[in-house]
Design a binder for this molecule. Structure first.
Ligand code: CO
Length: 419
């Protein structure tokens, strides 16, 4: 006999509203990682978990674990979670929705007196938004698993310039224990990980589907600190043939790599290519030819050879532009991550759960990276559920409909009952 459980949407709604109010910065939502914004959100979520009688614990890195005890307390646990930090001026649901879906599921179980086979841990992970805060991949969830490379503790928060270790210590956590790999969720103790997250692209909305089952998370090759060096000179007195204009050289590289991306797509490659930053140096100014420019490049795909093809085009175009324009490209350090498939078993179980609930869904790859990567790469079977979301992502305009969250949370609950 299956219990007739429905997610505790009141809890999720109240908590979501409270998080929105606390995180509003006048433009959007800002919950800064290992700063006051994230700390407020963790305190509110922890209070809600205490109120529904979960066991709450905080690990050395400040990740919050909220546990509903199962029948077999020695068995490896099921983890449902996501992150509570946000980008600067972001939306309220990116990250938080996954934590609230977990709480809505275990609260429903608790209310109904349903005891799962194994412990269910709702995880609020720290510091997922690497583009806004610490330029390192999933430090929170990796620390939760004990797989954070110690070097990541030296990553500096982009706005404060202080290291991850310093920020952890300031928030009252224990970076030396993190460095030593002390953790509460060693991979051998985790049976499965599920993350609900807003879809950060337009595909579910375009397909008129509330829910997506994620098949894989793309890999990436990124340049965070690339530059092009030319020569500063007088904008009035320097004829065209004498110029070494770094800005024009970079503009040409960006434009032509975009064309090369189109050609790769036409040849059957699936990838995304983004110049996230194109900027003249601070020395640039009126009446000067730009002598230096900085850029950041983000190339992602499920297929490493498609990423390699984009980089081959990048190097070919850069060499040609260097010769013709008298500039020099310096690509700096390259950050590489591998594509991460989600567990086939979890995908199948999610599809079954959605089918039982008559919730229409489709399988789809993720565009962005998520905490699920840290779990999958630690060898834990990991899955993700996307919720339809309007108006894009990493912006105050992010908008997930309540009924879509309800549908996805119901799938999470149905999955968790049987996990
Ligand atoms: Co997110």
């Amino acid at each position: 006999m299956r219990p007739n459980l429905t997610p505790d949407l009141d809890l999720a709604t109240h908590l979501s509203d409270a998080l929105r109010e606390a995180g509003f910065d006048g433009i959007g939502i800002t919950r800064d990682a290992y700063g006051p914004g994230e700390a407020r959100a963790h305190a509110m979520v922890r209070a809600a978990a205490d109120a529904i009688g979960l066991e709450t614990a905080c690990d050395a890195a400040g990740n919050l674990l909220m546990t509903l005890p199962g029948l077999d307390r020695a068995a490896p646990v099921t983890v449902i979670g996501s992150h509570l930090d946000s980008v600067r001026h972001g939306g309220n649901d990116d990250g938080a929705a996954g934590v609230l879906a977990g709480l809505a599921a275990v609260s429903a179980m608790r209310r109904a007196g349903f005891v799962p086979a194994r412990d269910i841990v709702v995880l609020a992970a720290r510091a997922e938004e690497s583009g806004s805060w610490f330029p390192t991949g999933f430090p929170g969830s990796r620390a939760a698993l004990g797989t954070l490379p110690p070097a990541a503790l030296a990553a500096r928060r982009l706005d404060t310039g202080r290291t991850l270790a310093e920020h952890m210590a300031q928030e009252g956590f224990d970076p030396e224990a993190v460095r030593a790999g002390v953790c509460l969720l060693p991979p051998s103790r985790v049976a499965a990980y599920l993350e609900l997250h807003i879809e950060q692209g337009p595909l579910l909305d375009a397909a008129a589907l509330p829910v997506g089952i994620v098949t894989a998370i793309p890999g990436a090759r990124r340049l965070r600190a690339a530059r092009v060096v030319g020569e500063y000179n007088h904008s009035g007195a320097t004829p065209r043939a004498y110029r070494r204009d770094a800005a024009i050289a970079l503009a040409e590289l960006a434009y032509r790599l975009d064309e090369a991306w189109g050609e790769l797509e036409a040849a059957g490659h699936a990838l995304v290519v983004t110049f996230c930053v194109l900027a003249t140096a601070p020395e640039a100014g009126f009446t000067k030819i730009p002598g230096a420019a900085a850029f950041q490049l983000d190339v992602r795909s499920l297929a490493p050879d498609s990423i390699d093809a984009a980089y081959a085009a990048l190097h070919r175009l850069a060499a040609e532009i260097e010769r013709r324009r008298g500039v020099r490209f310096d690509f700096g350090e390259q950050l590489v991550s591998l594509p991460t498939p989600m567990s086939g078993e979890i995908q199948a179980a999610l599809a079954r759960a959605a089918g039982e609930l008559a919730i229409p869904c489709r399988c789809m790859p993720s565009g962005g990276g998520h905490d699920a990567v840290a779990f999958a790469q630690a060898g834990v079977p990991a899955g993700m559920l996307f919720v339809r979301n309007q108006n894009g992502s990493h912006s105050p305009a992010e908008a997930m409909r309540a009924e879509d969250f309800a549908a996805a949370a119901a799938v999470v609950l149905r999955w968790a009952e049987q996990a």
